[in-house]
Design a protein around this ligand. Structure first.
Ligand code: WAQ
Ligand code: MG
Length: 255
């Protein structure tokens, strides 16, 4: 049976000080579902776009692509653990410590790298061997795409009468992304902090550590967040890694 990838992007037309108009991203979502679910998922995506707290969209794009089942890789979700902390400062120390174990010598560099991700829409891809950034576009970063939870559209996975995708579930979306990223060639660890001002929980992820939720990684109200994918160029080429992140179709089996 074939599947279909659905991707939604919503944007607003904004005018800058020079009078130039451009599209500003407000929301996005993606799914990989059987044919029978295309319509309902499409409706849920449009609904999500229309109700986004960042404002009303001027343009909504929904792209639907057939995906051969033989091109889909099924991965087990990273095992989840949770670290409670008293403050976001303590949370960051814990996160940096964990990543320091995964990649020697990186710990001191993390605060500065993290800062550099704040304006980016994608993730930083950082080579721990050379200390170089590997994103083809440094402003945008690398984006992981073509992934979903296996059967996340099951009726029992959502409330009665509520379509999936309507409201963002940070954890469900993050475990899928983190699992894909951890399995990418050459990736040794990921650090993630949401850019949503009222979502302060983040995580460190890797095949070794699993998905470690750190309950406070920033101050409530802080709009800054970002992702760092730590890569080891002695294990794979950047091209292989980026190809996997951007092209490989992945379904994540969640417990
Ligand atoms: N690929 C790469 N980077 C991305 C992607 C993607 N598909 N989507 C977002 N980013 C980057 C981007 O720079 C964002 O600013 C940053 O990550 C944060 O994204 O267990 O909500 O979507 O409860 O705000 C973690 C859940 C939620 C923790 C993370 O991230 C938990 C979250 P956001
Ligand atoms: Mg966000």
């Amino acid at each position: 049976m074939d599947y279909f990838s659905l991707k939604m992007r919503a944007s607003q037309d904004v005018e800058n000080v020079d009078g130039d108009r451009h599209e500003q991203h407000i929301s996005g979502a993606e799914r990989i579902v059987p044919q029978s679910e295309i319509e309902s998922v499409c409706i849920a995506m449009v609904r999500r776009a229309m109700k986004h707290p960042k404002g009303d969209p001027d343009k909504i794009n929904v792209k639907i692509e057939r995906v051969a089942e033989s091109d889909i890789r099924i991965l087990d979700a990273l095992p989840v653990t949770r670290v409670d902390v008293d403050s976001w400062q303590e949370g960051r120390q814990k996160a940096f410590d964990l990543i320091g174990e995964a990649a020697a010598g990186i710990r001191e560099k993390l605060p500065e790298l993290l800062q550099a991700t704040y304006p980016m829409r994608g993730a930083m891809l950082y080579d721990i061997r050379t200390g170089k950034r590997l994103e083809p576009n440094l402003e945008r970063g690398v984006r992981a795409t073509y992934m979903d939870a296996l059967k996340s559209n099951d009726v029992d996975a959502r409330k009665e009468g509520e379509a999936p995708c309507q409201n963002k579930n940070h954890f469900n979306e993050a475990i899928v992304l983190a699992t894909k990223v951890a399995n990418a060639p050459g990736i040794v660890a990921e650090l993630c902090i949401s850019d949503d001002p009222d979502y302060v929980t983040g995580y460190v992820g890797s095949l070794k550590l699993g998905y470690v939720r750190i309950m406070k990684l920033k101050e409530m109200g802080d709009p800054n967040g970002g992702r760092i994918f730590l890569f080891d160029s002695s294990k794979a080429t950047p091209e292989e890694c980026i190809e996997f992140l951007q092209q490989k179709k992945v379904l994540v089996r969640c417990p």
